[in-house]
Design a binder for this molecule. Structure first.
Ligand code: COA
Ligand code: AMP
Length: 635
């Protein structure tokens, strides 16, 4: 079978294509059709089917005789733990936790926030929610209490499941005090918390509200899988937009199952019994789709890795895990490879391990720079596949579908659109541009199964953020071009979202934090190119007249506020004080021009600029911070 044939088959009859893909899922009641479009431009998939995610990810594999296979392998170079959980054990542990949640009143449709580090219990908690139709909302551990509080108020969870702590190299992350602070800050109060006590730090429990993980489950009756409607939300995952209020991406159950199963086989070439590892975090979409659900739905073995590409304890940590776990397909972010390459430019650590089982390396989360791809190709000697997607889509928009056909790799391109995605590059007026011409990347509606149908509590924002700019299309927020062979090139964001170490962050949210400093009158945050993290944020602040505090102290305050309000993941360490910010005559801050100055890139003086001299001041401030310090790797 060739990719072109598969894509043609989808184009010719999308309904038949997705109904056939749906055959791979175990339904309690099969759907009568694939696409539900009566309420367009709101589209849903398999809405009248009845199905359970946990059954498909766990129980059905035990029934099929895979009970003794390792479902989840936990590898923690930080705690030195290495432990497998079989499919049978997983089913029993998930069913017990689900039973305990049910006994405490969690019902279908209730929200449960999960705030956990990379331990199997995080997946067990997600699957326990899925088992009883509760909607989980996993929050990344690198976010501060204030971000957790925002999510608590938006999705109003009945319960929070957390661990006592997370472990970063050389530092314990005190999860439980963060949970307590978030609950204090939030208007909405969850009814109870379940805390997984780790031996590295045992947390204090609040009597009457908090339960310990084990005590909570003692003596309860295991819960069965509850079938839910195809359009029942499986989860909410918050992601950064242009404002400080994160967007709650909703994922419907049935489309999620069908799309992930399809992608495991056709993109990653993974089937039941194979071993797959996505080195990400359950707090991100990669973790949802390809640490938890995708590999388990496919009946494969997945790895929960609590460590870093470097420093835990050495730059061979990834390769050792790939060897020991006999990983077939590996998925990571380019930034992780850049970190390894910086410490091991000749690939000496790679040579120490036997990577015979590895057949492909997949990269996503940010632009994969050609140097990093070439380094990985040379040292790993397997296809290095860049693929492009977003929290909103949940699975790859563009990829090289290894399970169908290995297409020629064009370095710098995440290859071609997957079936279901009709990708177009548009000019400002919404017209399709010629191949090779830069434009906004949009996807013709409907989006395929597994993609977001809406934003939680924010249908209007869903429409204005994604559907309004180009009627009939979903606006990805990325800009780029397509070549004559249909290969896409993703070049930049069209909004103020930046990508730091593969993490998607909102400069708008960071500006809200800076603006709250009592001495700050006005501010701007830009993303500047960074050789390791892809981008790093830089803040510019203008001070209130009469401020006497030393500038350095104000910047230090800002760095600390960012850590306290957004979290360490913001990686905000650089800031400067300027007299004025460059603006257009209508008052819009020229962030893109400032970013170009930071990167040492040529720029055209905006015709509408209010006062060009301010750009000189910005240049001087950036020079004092060491920018432009190099030619960005993505150039
Ligand atoms: N919980 C708490 N804190 C966390 C965290 C977590 N889960 N993850 C990261 N942080 C903290 C880090 O400890 C760091 O804190 P510090 O400022 O005190 O040092 C801060 O957030 C910034 O983290 P990061 O940007 O990741 O930088 P780093 O220097 O710790 O590591 C890399 C650099 C490249 C090794 C690391 O970013 C990496 O492995 N990136 C891959 C990212 C990835 O897989 N993304 C998934 C997208 S597919
Ligand atoms: P997230 O929602 O956190 O997964 O971030 C999605 C964004 O990351 C996309 O909109 C892109 O801007 C960027 N991104 C993800 N994968 C790639 C890729 N392969 N190439 C370029 N940019 C990417």
């Amino acid at each position: 079978m060739r990719y072109k044939d598969v894509r043609d088959a989808w184009k010719a009859d999308p309904e038949a294509f997705w109904m056939q893909a749906a055959d791979e899922i175990s339904w309690d009641r099969p759907p009568s059709k694939a696409l539900f479009d009566a309420d367009h431009p709101n589209y849903e998939w398999f809405s009248d089917g009845m199905v359970n995610t946990c059954w498909n990810a766990v129980d059905r594999h035990v029934e099929a005789g895979r009970g003794d296979q390792i479902a989840i392998q936990h590898e923690s170079p930080i705690t030195h733990a290495t432990k497998g959980v079989t499919y049978t054990e997983l089913r029993d542990r998930v069913a017990t936790l689900a039973g305990a949640l049910k006994m405490r009143g969690i019902e279908k449709g209730d929200r449960v926030i999960i705030y956990m580090p990379m331990i199997p219990e995080a997946l067990i908690a997600m699957l326990a929610c899925a088992r009883i139709g509760a909607i989980h909302c996993v929050v990344f551990g690198g976010f501060a209490a204030a971000e957790l509080a925002v999510r608590i108020d938006d999705c109003t969870p009945k319960a929070i499941i957390a661990a006592s702590c997370g472990l970063e190299p050389g530092r314990v992350v005190h999860y439980k005090p963060l949970v307590d602070a978030a609950i204090d800050q939030a208007q909405h109060k969850p009814e109870f918390c379940v805390i997984f006590q780790r031996e590295q730090e045992v947390a204090k429990l609040t009597p009457g509200r908090d339960f310990s993980w084990h005590g909570f489950q003692y003596g309860v009756k295991a819960a069965d899988c509850i079938p839910v409607e195809g359009n029942h939300p499986a989860y909410i995952l918050y992601t950064s937009g242009t404002t400080g209020q994160p967007k709650g991406v909703v994922r419907h159950t049935a489309g999620h199952l069908v799309a992930l199963q399809w992608s495991m086989k056709n993109i990653y070439n993974i089937e039941a019994g194979d071993r797959f590892w996505a080195a990400s975090d359950v707090g991100w979409v990669v973790g949802h789709s390809y640490i938890c659900y995708g590999p388990l739905i496919a009946g494969a073995t997945t790895v929960v890795f609590e460590g870093k590409p470097v420093g835990t304890p050495h730059p061979g940590a990834f390769w050792r895990t790939i060897q020991n776990m006999r990983i077939k397909s590996f998925f990571t972010a380019p930034t992780a490879l850049r970190a390894i390459r910086r410490e091991d430019p000749k690939g000496e650590w790679i040579k120490r391990y036997k990577l015979h089982d590895l057949q492909a390396l997949f990269l996503a989360g940010e632009r994969a720079d050609p140097d990093t791809i070439k380094w990985a190709q040379e040292h790993l000697n397997v296809p290095v596949i860049d693929h492009w997607w977003q929290t909103e889509t949940g699975w790859a928009i563009a990829a090289n579908p290894l399970g169908i056909e290995r297409l020629p790799v064009k370095i710098g391109s995440p290859s071609v659109a997957m079936p279901g995605y009709d990708v177009r590059v548009l000019d400002e007026g919404g017209h399709v541009v010629k191949s090779g011409t830069l434009g906004a990347i949009a996807i013709k509606l409907p989006l395929p199964p597994g993609t977001l149908p809406t934003l939680w509590n924010a249908q209007d924002r869903f429409r204005t953020s994604y559907l309004q700019q180009f009627p009939g299309y979903y606006e990805t927020g990325d800009a780029g071009y397509m070549d004559d062979d249909g290969y896409l090139y993703i070049m930049a964001r069209t909004d103020d979202v930046i990508n730091v170490a593969g993490h998607r962050l909102s400069t708008g949210a960071m500006e809200e934090v800076l603006a709250a400093h009592p001495d700050v009158a006005e501010c701007a945050v830009i993303g500047a190119a960074d050789p390791l993290k892809g981008q790093v944020p830089i803040g510019f602040v203008c001070l209130n007249t009469g401020t006497t505090k030393p500038h350095q102290q104000i910047i230090q305050d800002c760095v600390q506020m960012m850590r306290d309000q957004i979290g360490p993941v913001a990686a905000f360490k650089l800031g400067c004080v300027v007299d004025r910010l460059p603006k257009t005559r209508s008052g819009k801050i020229l962030r893109a021009t400032m970013a170009k100055i930071a990167d040492g890139e040529p720029f055209r003086m905006p015709a509408t600029i209010d006062d060009p001299a301010i750009l000189d001041e910005v240049s001087m401030a950036l020079r004092a911070l060491g920018y432009p310090n190099f030619k960005g790797h993505a150039a």
